[in-house]
Design a protein around this ligand. Structure first.
Ligand SMILES: Cc1cc2nc3c(=O)[nH]c(=O)nc-3n(C[C@H](O)[C@H](O)[C@H](O)COP(=O)(O)OP(=O)(O)OC[C@H]3O[C@@H](n4cnc5c(N)ncnc54)[C@H](O)[C@@H]3O)c2cc1C
Length: 113
């Protein structure tokens, strides 16, 4: 447990808010993914839109969460002896491959016209 200024750092509200946002974003990403998977099972016509939204949201969230995880862990988050900096890099590629997130946005926007 990391102690700073005489307290476990989890007791600082600034860090609690970060963790709450990370948890909320990840739960939302999971729900959108499950929805897209259920639509795939039923071959629904809006599947391309929802699969793009799931890929976009989950990968952007993964990037946001891992950047915050590095921040929360301070120096231990940054150095490569610990896995968190690798997780941040791994999250980055999910915004790039399988259709970049810019292209996912193009697909989503086209489905709205
Ligand atoms: C580690 C890794 C693993 C990979 N694995 C595979 C794999 O298994 N199979 C496979 O087929 N490919 C794979 N790829 C390739 C990956 O899909 C491409 O890197 C990705 O599609 C982006 O293409 P590009 O690198 O040519 O970038 P570019 O097409 O040159 O794009 C560069 C930037 O411009 C943006 N951009 C391009 N066109 C537009 C547009 N019309 N509007 C807005 N923005 C745009 C892109 O979003 C991106 O940000 C992998 C790549 C990496 C790095």
């Amino acid at each position: 447990m990391r102690i700073a200024f005489g307290k476990p750092i989890i007791e600082f509200q600034g860090l609690q808010w970060k963790l709450a946002d990370m948890e909320t974003g990840t739960a939302a990403a999971r729900e959108l993914l499950y929805k897209a998977c259920a639509m795939a099972d039923r071959s629904e016509p809006l599947l391309p839109k929802y699969s793009s939204m799931a890929k976009l949201f989950a990968s952007d969230n993964a990037m946001k969460v891992t950047v915050e995880a590095v921040q929360v862990l301070g120096g231990y988050g940054y150095v490569n002896e610990y896995p968190v900096e690798r997780m941040m890099r791994d999250a980055k590629i999910t915004q790039i491959y399988e259709g970049t997130n810019e292209i996912q946005r193009v697909v989503i926007a086209r489905s709205m016209t």
